[in-house]
Design a binder for this molecule. Sequence first.
Ligand SMILES: [Zn+2]
Length: 392
Amino acid sequence: MHSAHPTESASASLLAGFDYQPRTRIIFGRDTLEQVGTLARDLGGRHVLLVTDKGIAAAGHPSRAVGFLEAAGLHVTIYDDVRENPTTGDVDRCVQVAKEAGVDFIVGLGGGSSMDTAKGANFLLTNGGVMKDYWGVGKATKPMLPLIAIPTTAGTGSECQSFALISDEQTHAKMACGDAKAAAKVAILDPLLTVSQPPRVTACTGIDALAHAVESAVTKKRTPISAVFSREAFRLCYQGLERVLRDPQDLEARGMMQLGAAFAGTAIENSMLGAAHSAANPLTAHFGVVHGQAVGLMLPAIVAFNAHDPLAHERYLELSASVELGPIEEFIAELEVLLDVAKMREGLSKYGIDAGQFPTLAKEAAQQWTATFNPRAITAEDFERLYAEVLE
Ligand SMILES: [Zn+2]
């Protein structure tokens, strides 16, 4: 028997609607960096601003990129003063260089910081004002310069996102400035570029990518599309992380991590993040804990907290099953094993943090944008308890 009106079963109501159009063409494979010149030329570029940092420059990647760009007939101006966790001051300095050179195209080459600085500068170059004007979503009214993103780490997934994360130099607030126009036209994923990462960077960025997959899988904004990317990102990172840590030259595993990070970035673009990132950001802002370390440190406790929500619990089990793991306890234990393997299973006390600082940190954590997408409502008191769990 069926009724006159379609009925919405409990499981059908879980299928959130979505509007998905990939904004970024993804080119993956060994030696794909060689295509950067022709790609930039085909997208109309004549004078390219190459945004990178000095560490990446030492590895030789930017000079190779310049070679390919110049061989395609393009002029290149380099900005290589990118710093970790870029601030409004960093973006201003990059914009100054871009303005003086009169560029019409941007290439971001490096970790998340290089790509975020490139995106941040693009906002100000094309739409004027200050970074704060773009805090939020869709605040840019004028067209932006075409951008090619080339990650040299496997972590943030910034290459697949329309957001620039820029810290306010005064308040230290991490501003997520997003606009569809800010997304890269092309992401070049060349696993050879990630081999030069120092081991500690491989560990921190890899754990961050894994956390992106786990967090994006359960958010309130999750859709059937983001779920596909979260799950595949988790599978790739889970299977690739131990391999790249054991053998940094394992190019197949490097490729798995790079794809995992990009897919997780795509998942975030469609479903946002959760409370592990909310808890991590104040640790980075006040105690300089590296982002991936801060997120990894909080992740098992947050998963255990969220698993009390029946739907989040079910979604964690989907991830767990995708890599042939079992119940939630096993899933959480396995996350802890990965942190151990990455030599990142540490307590907050190692960073000079004590219980006296929890109220301030927890208050800030609860105010983070990402907290609003967490599957289970989370308060400052909850964050205080969670910090206490990971003190030692
Ligand atoms: Zn992250």
